[in-house]
Design a binder for this molecule. Structure first.
Ligand code: PBG
Length: 322
């Protein structure tokens, strides 16, 4: 049947019907809020390019987690700003490192929160790269050792899930084996499977003080032009034991999220990264866009593309819209 019998606008007339027919609904419980932990007491340093986000000391991180839970956001992803850095990122393998201290304190004070620890060396190395440098480049296999040690330490202090973001080959298998060997078989791995060498991470590097001091991350993060390769990365991570695969960034890579969804039967996370957040905030501050509508549309589109979990700096604001 065609027009005039068929009229698609019929289903758009009534707001109640429109609501019932809404195919994709973003829930606050789908969202993960990233947080930046720094040393000190009662520290809350605003991050310039990420309005509403702060480097916070452990005490303030705990307070922030309580506020988030009151708003219905039950999951956080932690990044650390350490008091010392070294060539290999060894600092982060110790149980008294900054993120570990935050996890212990959060777990001590809050029972109903899900704490995800990002596993990577870039915040902890003097050169800002994601692993040990040999011959001017990040050495894959020696980096696997520090990553696994970091993972074990996070598991030991109480992290609920681990999220390796380094893009070394074989890290999921390595971390899984290390976790299992130490009895942490219940802890899931959410792997940053298809992580692109993206210009959208720049505000994050200000927040985490993790910009590379030389070169770029193109020898380990993916070329933004490649989608087939993302499928290969995801497939390998699944074979290596990832429980959840992540696509990052989100907005410029919705096609990759959708292809992953259509190709594999595994939960998908998408990281709505710092640069995507900063662009929205900057335009909103100028009065050029309606922030609430834009954020809702962005998160809806990421979920519509196929993401189950969305990691986003908009989480707290979005919870307030509801
Ligand atoms: C660490 C890491 C980065 C992000 C998450 N984990 C930065 C990078 O790879 O340089 C970026 C997150 C964001 O931009 O919001 N490797």
């Amino acid at each position: 049947m065609f027009f005039p019998e068929t009229r698609l606008r019929r289903l758009r007339m009534n707001p109640i019907l429109r609501n019932m027919l809404t195919q994709t609904k973003v829930e606050v419980s789908d969202l993960v809020m990233p947080l930046f932990v720094c040393p000190g007491n009662n520290v809350k340093n605003p991050i310039n390019s990420m309005p509403g986000n702060y480097q916070m000391s452990v005490d303030n991180i705990v307070t922030e987690c309580k506020i988030l839970i009151d708003k219905g956001i039950n999951a956080v992803l932690l990044f650390g700003i350490p008091e010392t850095k070294d060539e290999h990122g060894l600092y982060a393998t110790h149980d008294d490192a900054i993120v570990q201290r935050a996890i212990k304190q959060i777990k001590k004070e809050i029972s109903n929160i899900f704490v995800i620890a990002d596993i990577c060396n870039c915040e902890y190395t003097t050169h800002g790269h994601c692993g040990t440098i040999i011959d001017g480049d990040v050495d894959n296999d020696s980096t696997l050792v520090t990553l696994s040690e970091q993972a074990i330490s996070f598991a030991r202090v109480g992290a609920d899930m681990l999220a390796p973001s380094d893009m070394m080959d074989g890290r999921v298998a390595n971390i899984r084996a290390a976790l299992d060997k130490n009895g942490y078989y219940k802890i899931p791995i959410m792997s940053y499977s298809a992580k692109y060498a993206s210009a959208f991470y720049v505000p994050f590097r200000e927040a985490a003080e993790s910009a590379p001091k030389f070169g770029d991350r193109k020898t380990y993060q993916m070329n933004p032009a490649n989608a087939d390769e993302a499928i290969r990365e995801v497939e390998l991570d699944i074979q290596e034991g990832a429980d959840i695969v992540m696509i990052k960034p989100a907005l410029s890579y919705l096609d990759v999220i959708r292809r992953t969804k259509d190709t594999f039967n595994i939960p998908i996370a998408a990281y709505n990264v710092s640069g995507e957040f900063a662009m929205v905030k900057a335009a909103a501050a100028n009065g050029w866009i309606d922030e609430k509508r834009i954020v809702t549309e962005i998160l809806t589109s990421i979920k519509r593309a196929g993401a189950d979990i969305i990691i986003t700096y908009h989480a707290k604001d979005f919870a307030d819209y509801k």
